[in-house]
Write a protein that binds this ligand. Structure first.
Ligand code: SAM
Length: 283
């Protein structure tokens, strides 16, 4: 429990230091804000390290045709907002299909990669945290969070805040799409500590290390590659959301579940599904 010694905005009597001006907030609240800011800074640094290698990594690969056509259908007014837009793996094909895409992106380095690749395409990026509301000058018929980006918000409170801001930016009748790893992967296949070889040649060794904490619903990843004697480490932190938990967060944010499938084709979800695609509607 925080005590009198924790008061952040007053100096101790007689210690000779000047008080640092701070907003007059209760200690507990200030500690929560400080903690959230520290986590955001850490995530920012994490994703900056991914920016340059992202497109050639296992994450950047894959042409998501089915995702692009489904999202194109759902963007009924020809515009969409992508949370965690990254280097445009989805946004670029979507923009080529005629949809104007606005994106929110935490990492300025990822946003820079996207800008360099998308000259002439109708894509704009706001650098910031997707948990916050950003006034892009538009409301949306479609907002989407693909590739598990909601799991990248590091607390349940931030995830709920994100959904509330999604609801604020959606038009009435608009759709929010979440594509995410099904947490049964984390609590099942990946449970505990794992090491997986991604690539092994005479010159390269790439491994993925994971530590799962089922009580906290978190996974720590470390993607490690050794090439020409040089070691590169790329971390990633996940705080997963169970589908039922996501439905409750969505309901609290005034969004209701319309459909849930295993993939972009609408295949039925099964106990061995590794991901889910869930559609929510704003009334
Ligand atoms: C796995 S990548 C996915 C990028 C892109 N959506 C795609 O499909 O390739 C995750 C992206 O989310 C961004 N991100 C992580 N946390 C974020 C946050 N709190 N707000 C906005 N973007 C965030 C990362 O910087 C990164 O670009």
């Amino acid at each position: 429990m925080p005590g009198a010694d924790d008061q952040p905005y007053s100096s101790r009597p007689g210690d000779g230091t000047s008080p640092t001006p701070r907003p007059c907030l209760p200690t507990d609240l200030q500690a929560l804000i400080d903690d959230a800011q520290r986590r955001e800074q850490t995530e920012n640094e994490v994703w900056d390290t991914w920016a340059e290698p992202y497109d050639n990594s296992f994450l950047g690969k894959g042409v998501p045709d089915a995702a692009v056509s489904r999202l194109t259908e759902l963007a009924t007014d020809g515009r969409a907002l992508e949370l965690g837009i990254g280097t445009g793996r989805l946004a670029i094909p979507l923009a080529r299909a005629g949809i104007a895409v606005d994106g929110i992106e935490l990492s300025a380095s990822m946003a820079k990669q996207l800008k360099e690749k998308s000259t002439g395409l109708p894509i704009t990026v706001t650098v910031g945290n997707m948990a916050d509301y950003h006034d892009t000058g538009h409301t949306y018929s479609l907002i989407y969070a693909a590739y598990s980006v909601l799991h990248l918000l590091q607390s349940q409170a931030e995830q709920l805040r994100c959904l509330q801001n999604v609801a604020r930016a959606l038009q009435p009748g608009g759709t929010f799409v979440v594509e995410a790893t099904h947490p049964q992967v984390f609590a099942g296949l990946l449970r505990g500590k794992n090491l997986k070889i991604r690539d092994l040649t005479d010159d390269v060794l790439s491994v993925s290390a994971t530590v799962v904490d089922t009580a906290q619903q978190t996974v720590k990843f470390q993607e490690i590659s050794i090439r020409d004697g040089e070691i590169r480490m790329m971390p990633c932190h996940v705080r997963w959301i169970w589908p039922a938990e996501l439905d409750l967060m969505a309901a609290l944010a005034t969004l209701s579940l319309e459909s849930r499938a295993e993939d972009w084709f609408g295949s039925a979800l099964t106990p061995s599904s590794t991901q889910h695609v869930s559609l929510y509607r704003k009334a």
